[in-house]
Design a protein around this ligand. Structure first.
Ligand code: TXE
Length: 507
């Protein structure tokens, strides 16, 4: 074990701004039908800072009866007034919320750091992104439009006719959110749903509810009608499962593990609700012999270690051409060794803690497995002593496709490197595609033809060239294979909350 990066006696709660401290000390309830209420059973859970183990807040949890109430409120709000508002009116609410988020940016930033453990630079970026997301979908709401097309022949043979399509909201959307980027994941579901005219029940992760509950306060302040957005914190097997099963929910959007994604699909079958899934990944990073190492070294280190690897897009299967393998690894390892590990509140921190002790132990178990299976440990591999759930950035080389660290999503700071000695793009793509997942990937080369030819062969929803995880509000994101169903962000993210109605009028 290495030394604990947190000084003894450090209190994250004492370190944050007074506004955030006051927010933490408040009673955190469930948002149902525009009001903050205790759950039916009146119980709550504590949330902890994963860097220190310090308790930061107590949050009410909801159960099935609370989900029932939230779904009823969302159904009432859908019928009237939300789905009846003009697109322009809905857009105004979204823009107002974007401004309120900007006004509370520092509190959001601190809450995400405290609740999730993410470093400040990531937290600040995600908060900037969420206000942009509401602005983006405020604009998109105003451009929701159908088409005109040719009426069917059996009608035009006997009469004049007109055929057009209209886009209508799917209805009530259940949104189940994970803990790794809590507020971003909630907003990338909420903003398009609201723009489309849906009403929503959000179930945050029980690990990280705080930023989403703050958003709930701003939703009230922005004047959203009661029931348009409901937030029910609770456990996945209970509140989450009930939401996915609920017969009065028309659509479920889920981000989380592939295993839980399967349960969500099964639960959704009762009323055949629409399902969007963003699941796990084990994304390939292919480094060709002509790659520019000045880009590769920081870029590939970030691909794996960004957000401590608790990132569905993380590039964790690294393929390096033999001719540059050793130099590349030496430089990436040197780069990773200088990452500052510590509390996310400190501006210099690059690597924060993992979300929980259980998750840290799971990640550490994978590191042990990697060693047992014969991979070469180049750097890292240690848990840090103390209450924080820290694990050093870890690099394994000499990995083979059958190893657990190569096959399974670890969701931690663990890079598994394989070397290759061919330039045949089909062979390279076959290695990259040797996974059940297909979320992200990247190709590193200075040859444009190689880059695009290889990208065309990689089976993933997002493939970047000389960068990794190039995500953006306007760029569709989602997975091939067992990484999910459908796309979020961009126009496709909005389409996921819209139905198309075809209308033919015999004139
Ligand atoms: O995920 P779960 P966990 C992966 C990552 C991680 C693993 C386990 O590999 O190590 O999943 O994490 C709710 N019905 N990802 O256990 O269970 C739960 O309350 C309905 C990848 O945290 O998928 C939470 O709100 N909902 C990922 C959410 O699902 C249920 C992000 C996610 O929890 C439920 C997170 C059920 N039966 C983890 N059970 C990504 N794609 O970014 C749980 N939930």
């Amino acid at each position: 074990m290495q030394a604990n990066p947190i000084e003894p006696g450090f209190s994250s709660v004492a370190t944050v701004s007074e506004v955030t401290r006051e927010y933490l000390a408040k009673e955190h309830l469930l948002l149902i039908n525009g009001e903050w209420v205790a759950g039916e059973q009146g119980d709550s859970i504590d949330t902890f800072d994963p860097a220190t183990g310090e308790k930061i807040a107590t949050v009410a949890i909801g159960h099935q009866a609370d989900i029932d109430k939230a779904v009823a409120a969302a159904n009432a709000a859908f019928i009237s007034p939300w789905s009846k508002l003009s697109h322009f009116e809905r857009a105004k609410y979204l823009s107002k919320l974007a401004r309120l988020i900007e006004d509370h940016a520092e509190t959001f930033t601190e809450l995400e750091i405290l609740d999730n453990g993410m470093p400040r630079f990531i937290s600040a970026l995600t908060i900037q992104n969420i206000s942009e997301m509401f602005d983006y979908y405020a604009g998109a709401a105003q451009r929701i439009e159908g088409t005109t097309t040719n009426p069917p022949r059996h009608i035009t043979e006997v009469a004049e006719a007109l055929t057009y399509t209209v886009k209508e909201p799917v209805g009530v959307a259940g949104q189940i959110v994970p803990w790794n980027v809590p507020i971003s994941t909630a907003v990338l579901k909420l903003a398009p749903a609201l723009a489309a005219g849906c009403t929503v029940v959000v179930k945050p992760s029980e690990e990280t509810p705080l930023s989403i509950l703050l958003l709930g306060e701003l939703i009230i302040e922005a004047g959203f009608p009661p029931g348009v957005v409901n937030i029910v914190n609770g456990y996945g097997y209970d509140a989450g499962q009930h939401l996915a099963e609920h017969p009065q929910v028309d659509k479920i959007s889920f981000t989380g593990s592939t295993a839980t994604g399967r349960k969500v699909i099964a639960a959704a079958m009762g009323n055949l609700k629409k399902v969007s899934l963003e699941l796990g990944g084990k994304s390939p990073v292919v480094i060709m012999p002509d790659a520019d190492l000045s880009l590769v070294v920081p870029g590939v280190a970030m691909a794996t270690f960004f957000l401590q690897g608790q990132n569905c897009m993380a590039g964790t299967r690294i393929f390096i051409h033999e001719s540059i393998h050793d130099e590349c690894i030496e430089q990436i390892a040197a780069f990773a060794r200088q990452f500052v590990i510590g509390h996310g509140l400190k501006p210099e921190t690059f690597i924060g803690p993992l979300i929980s002790k259980a998750h840290r132990d799971k990640v550490y178990g994978y590191i042990q497995k990697g060693i047992e299976e014969g991979a070469t440990l180049v750097c890292g591999g240690n848990m840090l002593a103390g209450e924080g759930n820290f694990i050093e950035p870890t690099i394994f080389t000499n990995c083979t496709p059958d190893m657990a660290i190569v096959k399974e999503e670890i969701f931690g700071p663990v890079m598994a490197v394989q070397r290759f000695n061919t330039t045949d793009l089909d062979e390279i793509a076959a290695m990259a595609n040797n996974t059940e997942y297909g979320l992200s990937g990247s190709v590193w080369t200075t040859n444009l033809s190689t880059a695009h030819s290889l990208v065309a062969r990689i089976r993933a929803g997002q493939v970047s060239i000389n960068c990794h995880g190039a995500i953006g509000t306007n760029i569709p994101f989602g997975g091939y294979g067992q990484s999910g169903w459908g796309r979020e962000f961009g126009q496709e993210g909005l389409d996921a909350y819209l139905e198309t109605k075809a209308v033919t009028a015999r004139l």
